[in-house]
Design a binder for this molecule. Sequence first.
Ligand code: SF4
Length: 385
Amino acid sequence: MELWQQMIRDSIHSVDQLVEKFGIDRSVAEKLDEFFQARINPYYLGLIKYPGDPIWRQCVPDEMELEDMDGFEDPLHEDEMSPVPNITHRYPDRCLFLVTSQCGMYCRFCTRKRKVGNSDKISMKQLESAFKYIESHKEIRDVILSGGDPLMLTDYLLERILSRLREIPHVEIIRLGTKMPCVLPQRITPKLCEMIKKYHPIYVNTHFNHPWEITEESTKACSMLVDAGCPVSNQAVLMKGVNDDPEVMKELLLKLLKIRVRPYYLFMADETKGAMHFRTSIDKGLEIMDRLRGHISGLAIPHFVIDTPGGGGKIPMLPDYVLHKDSDKIILRNYKYENFIYRDTHNSNGEDNGKKTVVNKSNGKSKKSKELSASKITQLQYNEN
Ligand code: SF4
């Protein structure tokens, strides 16, 4: 047994352990166990600093889960978009391939509580209809292995899946959606990396939510994946009491860049039954994004998205940078709340366009106008708008 497998075996998962370790009332612990089981491996447990901290909130079952019943079992309608078992095909050129129901830790905010943790094993035979579906849909050029966590599979099983996918000519890229670098970095072994290298291009989407998750161990895991040729990006979820603070988010994003992980998405928490208490307001998310753009490198800034209920897909959310738009121009504000006019294209050749001019610093303090291009535009009528 490999170290990571031993750590899974040594995880906190039983009602007795929840009562003893976290002081949860037994009857509540039993209900929580029935609703969505716990798995807290020794590594992630060791990141907790105090009860109720951002790490604790992500992994320790909470009575609030039992009160959050106005969410949805399947908020993203993944099951409705599943043409064959284990495949969700929402976007034209890519599909989600659920290869296991197991994870290195069971996150209390998980969108797939309905599936995850289910001990039914998925066999290769069971995956056959999914392979056949991908084979017969030539428009699928990108397959995202998810679950559960695909890195819960042994190297042997994972390699069987990767090699099978690589036999399909139209599958150009494969993505591994895995939280292991964050919750159980010991899973990233030299043997795993050597195996993955044979099946490039493989991208890794991981999932860090808080700066405390960036440790010596997780840094090493991400470095190994990058050194093995996998671009690694991060999908975080905005959560109350975890990372709904601009400074915490900024620290997380900058630390991710330092370990060569590119922030990719920041999701609004889905409307999931049992996880509604993690949700923040959209305004909070926009405020955080406003405090990031321009203040830190664009490399560190994720797309802030709502994965729309009903299977509408991801829709990007931006703070209001456009103050006015008409057929000739657009008026924008920058991260310092200074306003700018940018002339729009008037003809198909795009001549004499694209000149940027600052017309006003209307942040309530300065009204000084400043020209940035050779072309002078006087549009003072917009100055106070
Ligand atoms: S690792 Fe992903 S799929 Fe597994 S419990 Fe966490 S959020 Fe859900």
